[in-house]
Design a protein around this ligand. Sequence first.
Ligand code: NAD
Length: 291
Amino acid sequence: MVLLDGKKTSEDLKIEIAKAVTKLKSEGKKTPHLAAILVGSDGASMTYVNGKVKACERVGFNSTLVELPKDTTEEILLENIERLNNDDDIDGFIVQLPLPKHIDEQKVLMVINPDKDVDGFHPTNVGRMTLDLPCYLPATPFGILELLERYKVETSGKDVVVIGRSHIVGRPMSILMSQKRAAGNATVTVAHSRSKNLKEVTLKADIIVAALGIPEFLTGDMVKDGVTIIDVGITRVPDETRKRGYRLAGDVHFESVSPKSAFITPVPGGVGPMTIAMLMKNTLLACQRKS
Ligand code: NAD
């Protein structure tokens, strides 16, 4: 069993990005600048955003964090987005999801200038991704492709099962892996909450991407020997033995699945750190496209 080490791979990526930034600076070009809007102070979102800001510092980017209170109106949020759209120094920005219930997430994502949409959630970028045109790939699927590529996991002609059809992970993952590309050319099945006999489907899979958000859902009896496992899930499970009162659980029951796996991502230290690194990569691309 080979561990797909997202922590190490993301560190390698950040070193590569930092080198590219040093080069841009030495050529007198602009320093990449990423902004993030955070509405409210939900614990997990704050952790994610802080991780993104820290990563910016690590690679030599400028970063701006726009913190808005949780009762911010949709109108104020849209005004902030418009301001970032029009700020020439900002190469890319993200609006940390989820947003409070009184704000229409789709409406918000639609207002982001697609050229600055480094999360790759705007319909223009989703459409361009689907058509195999240059675009910002959503960071989590992009990170998974990068991991598969760097560990030389064969995907061509393989049976892939993606569990979950969300707009940010499952759906784009299924599209990307079916495309003619590195870490693509696979035969892809998308499973979701209405899928029947899931075990029959997963037992045939060469590669499983679990992105459903149910801790330890995929168990050893559901996979065949030699399978490759990508565990996207991150759920905070209450755990009194931990100082912070919870532990992070993936969607895969690691103890029973890993002995049968050829490759597997751990949680934490797998897909999570890759997501942040790919956001940095998209921001670098956004800056390079301008210069
Ligand atoms: P989501 O809630 O938007 O979507 C979950 C999907 O799982 C849905 O499409 C649903 O149909 C499917 N599903 C639910 N129950 C199912 C079942 N019993 N059988 C089969 N399919 C089922 O979730 P999401 O935003 O895609 O996130 C999924 C998980 O990945 C969460 O734990 C989230 O925290 C994590 N996540 C991690 C990263 C990362 O960087 N590692 C990034 C995004 C999301």
